[in-house]
Design a protein around this ligand. Structure first.
Ligand code: B4P
Length: 192
């Protein structure tokens, strides 16, 4: 059995969540979105949610130890043994190195790092549209600007990290969700 472990990286609004839903359905593997897990912990007012809330509402990253504990707990579940799609994780070099260690211990290295690329103006437009529809606390102009800066500073270095490992696949994230998915599907299917 091939263990398909994929990570999605990309700036806020690049379509990670949107494309992840399609890809997990196509590959029949579990989806692990740290953003969704953190939003759910926050809305259920769990201790993790209370610790994470302030960072998320300001558009900053939740500290690595909290996120790493959350991900370790999920990856330890039996359903993740056959692979998974990590969406929005890792977001820092420390998270990436920790993930590599965990996967090396399991003997299942990452297959692909899919990088969604898009023009910043388009991303801001998408998130402001979502703000009107879903009322996410972090989709306001000030927090969006902070999230973009945080991405450039803390997450963009992962592109080089995965490029050096030879597993980075840049994907043009402009176009309709179906068009973007077709690009991702073609790359992933070629490596199965
Ligand atoms: P995330 O939930 O990962 O938020 P995001 O970067 O905005 O991505 P999201 O998946 O929601 O948006 P998408 O691009 O799909 O993280 C939220 C917060 O949680 C972070 O700021 C941080 O505080 C915390 N966090 C999460 N993971 C963390 C970690 N590992 N470490 C530390 N902190 C962490 O879509 C955006 C919008 O665009 C949607 O409305 C969608 O419908 C639309 N869209 C998508 N594709 C489109 C297309 N092709 N055309 C038009 N619109 C499109």
């Amino acid at each position: 059995m091939t263990v398909m472990l994929i990570v999605f990286i990309g700036p806020p609004g690049s379509g990670k969540g949107t494309q992840a839903k399609r890809l997990v359905s196509h590959l029949q593997i579990p989806h692990l979105s740290t953003g969704e897990l953190l939003r759910s912990a926050k809305s259920q007012d769990t201790p993790l949610g209370r610790s994470a809330a302030g960072y998320m509402d300001r558009g900053q990253l939740v500290p690595d130890p909290l996120v790493l504990e959350l991900v370790a707990e999920c990856l330890g579940r039996p359903e993740f043994a056959k692979g998974c799609l990590l969406d929005g994780f890792p977001r820092t070099l420390e998270q990436a190195k920790s993930l590599d260690q965990t996967l090396a211990q399991r003997g299942t290295p990452l297959a692909l790092a899919v990088e969604l690329r898009a023009d910043e103006n388009e991303l801001v437009t998408r998130m402001l549209k979502r703000a009107a529809a879903e009322k996410r606390v972090d989709d306001n102009p000030q927090t969006i600007a902070e999230r973009m800066e945080v991405y450039k500073r803390q997450t963009a270095p992962l592109v080089e990290y995965y490029q050096n490992r030879g597993i980075l696949v840049p994907i043009d994230a402009l176009g309709t969700p179906d068009e973007v998915f077709e690009r991702i599907r073609a790359v992933v299917d070629a490596r199965r």
